[in-house]
Design a protein around this ligand. Structure first.
Ligand code: PEP
Ligand code: MG
Length: 758
């Protein structure tokens, strides 16, 4: 038998029908309303490749060095060609079509989806590309099934299995063929609270087919329901700009604007919520654990499209222990230095003064690094350190950004720390208060660095579900796991400067010495680490933006222009447009990652001045083969000119703009962001800065362009308050601030709802 009916499939059949089909079969068997369908079993795929005699060639074609992008691409192409161009045996074809015809009048629209069977892969979603084809009919059904089989060999899937050392010939794939539900509304439902496991059902709902909610293309309505009483505790109605619907002529799924009168209309009626609660209770009872359900409403019926266990519920663990409390003395410890508290946490250790890079190997586990300013080469030593103290720098300096991401307490801009402190001296660094004290100091709580352990969720508080997305900033790919564990809705800014500067050569010198291909691969590998960790959550990667003084420290740095004022100089998109031969390699790296299946990447250009900069950047994107219509891309609003002229930028068809308040503030107030002598004047909440931001959000909202903040100020409660009230789409915060920002956003959104009903 090439196919099995969903009603006959159970969880125990996972190995032959894959996770998706097993779950649908299980739901059908439990009497839940699942659209009817069947599964082309994994055995059918296996028989197909073996009987056609393409198996050997297939597995050897994909046995390549996955760091070699060209080899990976060639492997994918050959595997795809072998599978889709080999004829499916007549009896199998007939059996599939026969099953299809028996589902209706022969014109039924079906969804065709891959269902991979690699149950022992840590992340089975990587086993197959999770290919989905909607609105398929008899004419192309078998072709689509073959496409699903071929998705087992997408570049990303090949890469992943090669990296994990998982044999390609041990992964099979089944295909689900299921009647399409022409949904009027759809969404997702968590049968228990996704962070705490509390008996609260969270429902997200939007108009049209479910893809818009699942892919994040639309901000859905949000309902919080007490599962015990069935009472709706909170209903947040979002503005839903777009919806996905079936085009009646072509049968294809298309994105449409939501009619004006439905945009702000509540999606779910009380009856529909009641029905969802009933189904939610049933499905959780059936599996005995909280579920994440995709559902749809069509013709007044509620259907369940998919159900998976929720994997994000905290176990309440609250981080690692400080190792220093036990031996501290409780007396008044002498206050030695003050600076900016740049990365929260309190830690004690022995001072290690690092003046030059050759001192780095003297930094042992648990030491306190004291240096003028950290540099990319110091990152491995910073990981070992208990805390970081610097003479120079502000909240957005290298030391501040990297320490925060590593979860290492830091105080920056202390003035003469390298002179005041001595090697071997025991100090306690308070990264919240910005102080350095003599000796080991008692702290009441466990060291305020609970999240340095990669496996622990950041903070132990429940993560609220908010209409304003809360994202996270990432600068070092090694912090990706920690960042992803925050539960953030994506990466609002992935800086690649740290990645590039850690090559220790300027990009130009690196390309000259090692070749363009090596440069592209370095960028790919760093960005991929983050894109993979967050997949399918979006990751906004920014093209290079380092000032010349940072490049000067590197090999090749003597060829950098000598600038009196690097912050106003040759950086960001200005340098990129002036040096297209370097810029295009960055874009090429992103393009290849798209080809490898990392569709969650979004591209962002820094320090643009006006629409001309944006048009020129977009042309470069197109010239390497990235289609701006198909990919999400946008720019940073960092110069006052870009804010005042945002209409011209919108005209270039950007999908989003993101406030870089570190730069925007320094340019609006004329205060150098890295100069500790004027750091008291660096105020992102200055009315002039807020005015500019507020006007920009208004213009973007009118044009339907998303707005975001990814500067340091996004972690500040007052800025969050201002922006949520202004209607910003997302806020990207530092790793350690994500939990607080989620709570702050939640609080303000609730307040706004209350205000609106009073
Ligand atoms: C900013 O300017 O706010 C920003 C996020 O970019 P960077 O700090 O990298 O200049
Ligand atoms: Mg900036």
């Amino acid at each position: 038998m090439a196919v099995a009916w969903l009603e006959d499939v159970r969880s125990a059949d996972l190995g032959t029908v894959g996770g998706k089909a097993a779950s649908l079969g299980e739901l059908t068997g439990a009497g839940l309303p699942v659209p009817p369908g069947f599964v082309v079993t994994a055995g059918t795929y296996r028989t197909f490749i073996e009987e056609a005699g393409i198996d050997e060639e297939l597995f050897s074609a994909v046995d390549v060095d996955s760091e070699d992008s060209e080899a990976l691409e060639a492997a994918h192409e050959r595997a795809h060609e072998l599978i889709v161009e080999t004829e499916v045996p007549e009896n199998v074809r007939e059996e599939i079509l026969e099953a299809y015809r028996s589902m209706g009048d022969g014109k039924t629209f079906v969804a065709v989806r891959s269902s991979a069977t690699a149950e022992d892969l840590p992340d089975a979603s990587f086993a197959g590309q999770q290919e989905t084809f909607l609105n398929v009919t008899e004419d192309d059904l078998v072709d689509r099934v073959q496409e699903c089989w071929a998705s087992l060999f997408s570049q990303r899937a090949i890469y992943y299995r090669n990296q994990k050392g998982f044999p390609h010939d041990e992964v099979d794939i089944a295909v689900v063929v299921q009647t399409m539900v022409d949904a009027e509304k759809s969404g997702v439902m968590f049968t228990s609270h996704p962070s705490t496991g509390d008996p609260r059902i969270i429902i997200e709902a939007a108009w049209g087919l479910g893809e818009a909610v699942v892919s994040g293309a639309v901000s859905p309505d949000n309902y919080v329901v007490d599962r015990t009483t069935g009472e709706v505790e909170q209903a947040t109605v979002a503005t839903k700009k777009v919806m996905h619907v079936k085009d009646d002529e072509t049968g294809e799924t298309v994105e449409r604007e939501v009619p004006e009168d439905k945009r702000d209309q509540r999606v779910l009626t009380q009856e529909e919520i009641d029905r969802l609660i009933e189904l939610g209770r049933k499905v959780e009872d059936h599996y005995g654990e909280p579920q994440d359900v995709e559902w749809a409403v069509a013709g007044g019926e509620v259907y369940m499209l998919q159900s998976r266990p929720i994997t994000t519920i905290d176990d309440g663990a609250s981080g690692s222990e400080s190792d220093s409390e036990s031996e501290e003395d409780d007396g008044d410890n002498e206050h030695l230095l003050s600076g900016l508290g740049a990365s929260p946490g309190i830690a004690s250790g022995e001072v290690r003064i690092v003046t030059k890079l050759d001192h780095l190997d003297q930094v042992s586990e648990g030491d306190v690094i004291v240096t003028e300013m950290t540099m990319p080469d110091m990152v491995p030593a910073m990981k070992r350190a208990a805390a970081i103290v610097t003479d120079e720098g502000g909240m957005t300096s290298h030391a501040a950004i990297v320490s925060r991401e590593l979860g290492v307490p830091a105080v920056v801009g202390c003035g003469g720390a390298t002179h005041t402190l001595e090697n071997g001296q025991i100090v306690t660094v308070d990264g919240e208060m910005g102080t350095v004290r003599e000796g080991r100091v008692a702290v009441d709580e466990p060291a305020a660095n609970p999240s340095a352990d990669d496996s622990a969720p950041v903070g132990s508080r429940p993560k609220p579900v908010t209409a304003t997305e809360v994202k996270v900033n990432v600068s070092i790919p090694d912090a990706a796991e920690r960042a992803a564990n925050t539960g953030a809705d994506g990466v609002g800014l992935l800086r690649i400067e740290h990645l590039v500067l850690s090559l220790n050569k300027t990009p130009e010198r690196y390309i000259k010495d090692e070749g363009a291909e090596a440069y592209i691969k370095e960028i790919m590998s760093g960005v991929r680490k983050v894109a993979e960790e967050f997949y399918p959550r979006p990751v906004r990667v920014r093209t290079l933006d380092a000032p010349t003084d940072e490049f000067r420290q590197l090999e090749g740095g003597d060829e950098e222009p000598n600038e009196h004022n690097p912050m106003l100089g040759y950086r960001g998109i200005r340098r990129s447009l002036d040096r297209p031969e370097v810029f295009k390699h960055e874009l090429e790296a992103f393009k290849r990652l798209y080809e490898q299946g990392y569709e969650n990447l979004e591209i962002m250009f820094p320090l643009v001045t006006d629409g001309d900069d944006v048009a020129a950047a977009r042309d470069h994107m197109e010239s390497v083969g990235i289609d701006p219509e198909k990919r999400e891309w946008g720019v940073m609003i960092e110069t006052p000119a870009s804010a005042f002229g945002v209409e011209d930028i919108i005209d270039e068809d950007v999908d989003f703009v993101s406030f870089g308040t570190n730069d925007l503030t320094q340019y609006v107030l004329a205060v150098d962001r890295n100069n500790e002598h004027v750091s008291d004047r660096f105020d992102e909440l200055h009315p002039a800065v807020l005015d500019i931001m507020g006007d920009t959000i208004d213009a973007c909202r009118e044009a339907g362009v998303d707005t975001s903040i990814c500067g340091q100020a996004g972690s500040h409660p007052k800025m969050v308050d201002f922006l949520v009230r202004k209607g910003i789409t997302s806020i990207s915060a530092n790793i350690d601030a994500v939990a607080d920002v989620f709570e702050e956003v939640d609080r303000i959104e609730e307040r706004l709802i209350l205000d609106s009903v009073r």
